[in-house]
Design a protein around this ligand. Structure first.
Ligand SMILES: [Mg+2]
Length: 171
């Protein structure tokens, strides 16, 4: 049970995930969360760093799809300028959106990584759908939507990972 909440990897920022690293792993596609993973939840548009990250992935033939539990307005306004396919109201951690997205990307689950800042949605859903999962540190602490229960669970799991030496940076 606990295993499903554990990411395969953890990095500080999404920008630390590079095409060369993904290619070494045989990865051809990314399914990424939006809020607090790519930008802070209250930032409307991609930053220059995120724009070039998407550009770099495209140049290396790595497909990127954004899947978010947020609404159509938020997700489309952010994703369309990046020319990135997107799924809104994804209902993560349910696995339907993940599975459907992989099919649309025409890739197997071994060829996709799932990236996100939340254990209870991104990592849990990605793991249950059978993908390699990468946890990032949330860009800002609060997003107004995460329940206190989710927060408490996350803190416990992250503390456990820290104790095991799985997390090496300082907050
Ligand atoms: Mg998020």
């Amino acid at each position: 049970m606990l295993k499903n909440f554990l990411p395969n990897e953890h990095v500080k920022r999404v920008l630390d995930i590079t095409p060369s690293k993904l290619k070494e792993m045989g990865i051809k596609g990314i399914i990424t969360d939006l809020d607090n993973t790519l930008v802070a939840w209250d930032v409307k548009d991609a930053t220059p760093e995120i724009i070039s990250w998407f550009q770099e992935m495209k140049e290396h033939d790595i497909k990127v799809t954004i899947i978010s539990n947020n609404d159509r307005e938020r997700v489309s306004v952010f994703s369309e300028p990046l020319e990135a396919p997107y799924v809104y109201s994804a209902r993560k951690p349910l696995i339907h959106a993940f599975k459907r997205t992989a099919k649309q990307m025409n890739l197997s689950k071994q060829e996709i990584v799932v990236i996100g800042d939340q254990l209870m949605t991104d990592v849990l859903g990605g793991n249950m759908a059978g993908f390699h999962t990468i946890l990032v540190v949330p860009i800002v602490e609060t997003d107004g939507k995460i329940t206190r229960f989710n927060r408490m669970m996350e803190r416990r799991i992250l503390n456990w990972m820290r104790k095991k030496g799985m997390i090496t940076w300082e907050d």
